[in-house]
Ligand binder design. Structure first.
Ligand code: T3D
Length: 261
């Protein structure tokens, strides 16, 4: 195990887990934690061994967003500059990871912490966890991708009410409304996420990363443009190793060995 001060990095097989590690402050973000997290993500992106990433939190919370005691957010500071310097690169880094990313939401995810979870590819939450768009409680708007992600996940009506009220959305409700992939019993979180990560790690990594991008890109296209994009991507992926391997494994009734990045 590699232990850094504010994030912990552990590997199990081809699955890497990054754990936000400021439990006394509900893993809220300071500039230093941003730097360590981004470095850990960059390192993960550059690893040829890692095939799935899990992001989770230490202690009883997932992440409470910006540390409201950090000097960076003292009165008079430009919060937009903080967002551009830290949260924007964080979301773009996660959304461009070459491997699938799972958020294992172990407890409350508030503010930027909620949207950090929601920008991951698959969100699995413990039943005791919850999601709070806490921004409105302190006179801000959802950031860290919240304005883009929330309406796409749950529809405009729910997104706006969730963002305006700042209400706590329990994991079960988040699951029911399609905000997240799955809510599991607290005692099952680690095992469920571990099994899912192992499954995704054995899948064609490059195709999964391209799938993430294709679904996002298609949001801005009409049907014809999306159909053309799909054709172009199948041309690219269909000429790659993993497609040939997948078809050969299917035809020969054996397990595939995917290697493309
Ligand atoms: O300036 C900007 O904000 C720009 C950037 C914006 C991005 C954002 O993320 S804005 C949103 C910031 N986050 C919040 O507003 C959430 C604030 N926290 C809470 O509402 C609650 O703490 C929670 C709902 C997350 C959890 O509630 P609860 O009752 O389970 O725990 P608690 O007792 O409130 O918190 C436990 C400790 O964590 C406590 O410290 P203490 O008193 O034991 O020493 C609390 O102060 C600390 N903590 C929780 N959240 C934050 C925090 N410390 C600093 N910053 C936090 N965000």
């Amino acid at each position: 195990m590699t232990t850094e001060h504010l994030v912990l990095v552990t590997d199990a097989g081809a699955t890497r887990t990054i754990t936000l590690n400021r439990p006394a402050a509900m893993n809220s973000f300071t500039t230093a934690m941003h730097a360590e997290l981004l470095a850990a993500l960059d390192n993960t992106a550059g690893s040829t061994e890692v095939r799935c990433l899990v992001i989770t939190g230490a202690g009883r919370g997932f992440c409470a967003g910006q540390d409201l005691g950090d000097p960076q957010v003292a009165p008079g500071k430009d919060l937009g500059a903080l967002i551009e310097a830290h949260y924007l690169p964080l979301v773009e880094r996660i959304r461009s990871m070459p491997v699938p990313v799972i958020a294992a939401v172990n407890g409350v995810a508030a503010g930027a912490g909620a949207n950090l979870a929601l920008c991951c590819d698959v969100v699995v939450a413990a039943r005791s966890a919850s999601f709070i768009q806490a921004f409105s409680r302190i006179g801000l708007v959802p950031d860290t991708g919240g304005t883009w992600l929330l309406p796409r996940l749950v529809g405009h009506a729910r997104a706006l009410a969730i963002a305006m009220t700042g209400d706590r959305i329990p994991a079960e409700q988040a699951d029911a409304m399609g905000m997240i992939w799955q809510c599991v019993d607290d005692a099952q979180l680690a095992e469920s996420v571990g099994a899912l990560a192992a499954r995704l790690a054995a899948m064609p990594t490059r195709a999964l990363a391209v799938t993430r991008k294709a679904l996002a890109d298609a949001q801005h296209m009409d049907l014809r443009a999306a159909l053309q994009m799909e054709a172009q991507l199948q041309t690219e992926l269909g000429g790659a190793h993993d497609y040939l391997e997948g078809v050969d494994a299917f035809r020969n009734k054996r397990a595939p060995n995917f290697t493309d990045r």
